[in-house]
Design a protein around this ligand. Sequence first.
Ligand SMILES: *Cc1c(COP(=O)(O)O)cnc(C)c1O
Length: 402
Amino acid sequence: MKEEDIIYRLKRVYAEINLDAVRCNMENMKKNIAPKTEMIAVIKADGYGHGAVPIARELEALAFLYGFAVATAEEAEQLRNAGITKPILVLGYTFPYSYEKMIQEEVRMAVFRYDTLNELSDAGIRLAKKGIFKKAKIHIKVDTGMSRIGVRPDEEGLCFVEKAFKTDGIEVEGIFTHFARADEADKSSAENQLSVFEQFLERVRESTGSKIFYKHCSNSAGILELSKANMDLVRAGITLYGLWPSSQVRKDIVKLVPALSLYSTVVYVKEIEAGTGVSYGSTFVAGEKMRIATVPIGYGDGYPRGLSGKGFVLVHGQRAPILGRVCMDQFMIDVTHIPGVAQGDMVTLIGCDGKEQITMEELGDLSGRFNYEFACDIGKRVPRVYKKGGKILCTEECCQDF
Ligand SMILES: *Cc1c(COP(=O)(O)O)cnc(C)c1O
């Protein structure tokens, strides 16, 4: 298909993902961590809404990339089915129905429950009967302050690690923890978690005598500002998409470029008289004669209804405020102050147009969501288009929803 045709078909709305930005963000983060520290690209929730498979394909060849992290067995399987061969770590609890598959595909699992050790061992025995001889590779999860998943860094946790080492069919490849507050200006909580983790690792070394290859704790915020937490691996999530973990982190340490832009098009322009209500509930009523335009995207595409009367878009390089409520599939904007707006004009919902820029952080704040959530919530109805070297890549396997 010709590029123009593709763009034309995508014109109602599309998200453009710049794969060069994704790679640069990874490379820039790498410059900020220890030379020996490898990286994990966290691409759960379909790459924070950006598309896990194209991003994995773009990053897989990077030498400093250990592999990928996802949240579920299905997400891991999707990557393997797409031909991704580097290690994949499932960060959450993996349910037993998928153990044989996970072992066979060499997907690493976060493990912190005794029953999982036994069930993995059993799954290994079942596989052996089918002539497949593989160990379950696990990363033990330690809870140092999230109170989410993970064994406690105490006597009980130590027993768990020992048991994992002794369980047939299991290879303890890694051990990790997760920061609850590394994105805050005050790093004392994260530093405390780090020291608890380090002390526990020391006890693990003394008691098992074994070397665990991959010890890791840093998320994006840790990569930016906690260099003493580098260890063997760091897990980069939000920053790989060029977004910031919070408003409190320093933005001058690593250069990041937002990877996603969201575009739509004006489908209707009209003048309305003073006193005319706009959208459901007429929460906006024109105070004077004005020119308004209709944009064909709404909360059915994941564009938040919370932006009703608050958000704005870019048209002709200028900000145009949203008037009244965002509907499921459309909303209206004020273009009175922007000359010559016509049907078919491009609308930038996220990204740059001329000197103006709308970031996901800004829209996240305005809508009461935060940027992580904003990215994940961009809906299935929005096709993703991938750009590389200034060119649009839009092949069947790359444009998932196309
Ligand atoms: C999601 C997640 C990450 C990535 O977090 P970011 O803040 O996006 O970098 C890292 N580790 C674990 C365990 C996670 O669940």
